[in-house]
Design a protein around this ligand. Sequence first.
Ligand code: ARG
Length: 455
Amino acid sequence: MAKKLWGGRFKKKTNPLVEDFTKSIDYDYKLAKADIIGSQIHVSILEKSGFLTHEEKEKLMKGLDIVYNELKSGEFVFDRECEDIHTNIQNALEEHIGDLVLKLHTARSRNDQVLFDLKLFSKNELLAITSLCADLKKALNTACVKAKGIIIPGYTHLQRAQLIYLTDHLKSYVEMLDRDYNRLIEIGTRIKLSLGAGALAGTPIKADIYSKLIQEFIKEQKKFAAILNIKSDVTTPKALDTVSDRDFVIEILSALAIVGMHLSRFAEDLIIWSTKEFNFVQLDDAFATGSSLMPQKKNPDVLELVRGYTGILYGNLVSALTMMKGLPLTYNRDMQLDKPPLFSSFEIIAKELKVMAALVATLEWNTGVIQKSIEEDEGIYATDLAYYLIGKGIPFSRAHEIIGRLMSYSLESQKKIRQMKDEELKTFSEALKHTEIVKLMDPVISVKSRVSVER
Ligand code: ARG
């Protein structure tokens, strides 16, 4: 069994079942780089506060650099028998610098360490996700160029409501992604880095040494891209709260769940539009899948999985919230379980944003089908006709009633409104004039009449 960071007070060896049950290396290996950076800052802090000589510091720093480079090049082999990433890195370091490694954990607790790692990791991931949000926004904006001028029915309750520009529909998702982008940046900015909380009650090193050295590291801005782009405040630990705070994890999971919900709605729109019944859009063959039994099928599995993953994203959020709800101050081992849901949501959203950006770039709109489906539907102009009557001095509710009756008559008699002459229209309202309403029942006029919309 691999070396541990504890053990002195125990008379018995840990039961292997316990080792297996408690270890976190299977997922916290992802924190490796952040852990090394945290350790390098810690080493500088130890030197500044007199716990390490300059030579010792240099040796530790170099050793950590070696391990960092091994990680970067993929040479590093994680010891899956080892409890966690902190122990893994420390043991790897020992191979390079020997006994000096025993000074590394001076005035440090994994409770504080893991939090620093997770915060740094999260800032970096948030940055990656925001950049993927921006890519999808770009893909949608490019899709808007292709969709320019196409008019489609807009829906409420999934019932035809009024005509809209397809680009306005697509731009709604740009708006959502814009909010997502800002939300993620705000959360990233709110994550304040700190060290010095110790296990729960602080350490014998002064707070200003911690903040100064973390700040110096941030200024260096070398290894973690996030530090460059997401504003990084440093805070003095309110130790008890610091080691037991997972608000940032919950905020991230919540923001990612919202991104997932947005993508799921978009996926659902595309699923509906690509059915034979709608046939507004064609999914590219490269982004669709077939059926093992029915040779004619082209299925939107990618979109269905985008919709389906939303369940896991919500589950991840609920899992973290539930994990936290009954914990007494301060750190409790339950908190180790913040990582699987967090990592899972980061991964899901990154994959979704990537695949959706690629899929959107290949969408082909069936303009002929869309046009035909509008031509056949006079009901979609009902609101326009009501406005027309208002323009003639008829109060709105009366206009609503008149057009309602006209629509119902058209349906029952199977007569197109466009074909009704003044005589027939008069029975509903003297104000209805054939030539005028025929002009109004035009997709472009209909859409353009709604000038309150920002386009
Ligand atoms: N693996 C632990 C976690 O993720 C690290 C902290 C362990 N602390 C402890 N006192 N056992 O939370």
